[in-house]
Design a protein around this ligand. Sequence first.
Ligand code: MC0
Length: 140
Amino acid sequence: MFLRIDHIGVACRDLEEKIRLFSDTFDLTVVAREVNEEQGVKEAMLHISDGEGGGSYIQLLEPLSEDSPVGKFLAKRGEGVHHVAFGVRDVADAMGKISERGVRLLDERPRHGSMDSRIAFLHPKDVGGMLTELVQAARR
Ligand code: MC0
């Protein structure tokens, strides 16, 4: 079902500071920036490599407010890995199959994600404590 790891989402308090850290330490380049009001984040994608159906990235996430998902996560757990996102060919199809297997979906239908992807989240409690995202990358 999974084509590749699309991205690792990292919660941070200061996006610009963490962009400098990740790009200087690992020679990564920011290829996209976005404010996603629906998800309550300001984010940057740092490209690692290209694979089947899209690329792999580190996604740095700064919350737009304290009561957003990333804002609550930072208050409870501090900075660090927030979620792991897997590339899929068809997000709606993957959601259907995964739901039938007893995992709760956090989204009823795909939403807008980074770089015009279509995304959906799975409940961390049903995936071994790992907030999991499905990503159907935009066709390029
Ligand atoms: C919360 N929990 C997590 C977690 N966030 N576990 C692992 N990883 C995380 N990131 C755990 C809590 O510790 C708690 O467990 C339980 O889940 C319920 O959490 P809560 O604090 O009571 O509830 P909420 O209101 O914070 O909701 C958590 C939930 C929410 C995961 C349902 O954050 C959500 O719907 N997330 C999906 C959307 C999202 O994260 N968007 C931001 C990235 P205990 O044991 O304490 O009960 S947007 C993004 O990434 C886009 C732009 C993209 O990729 O393109």
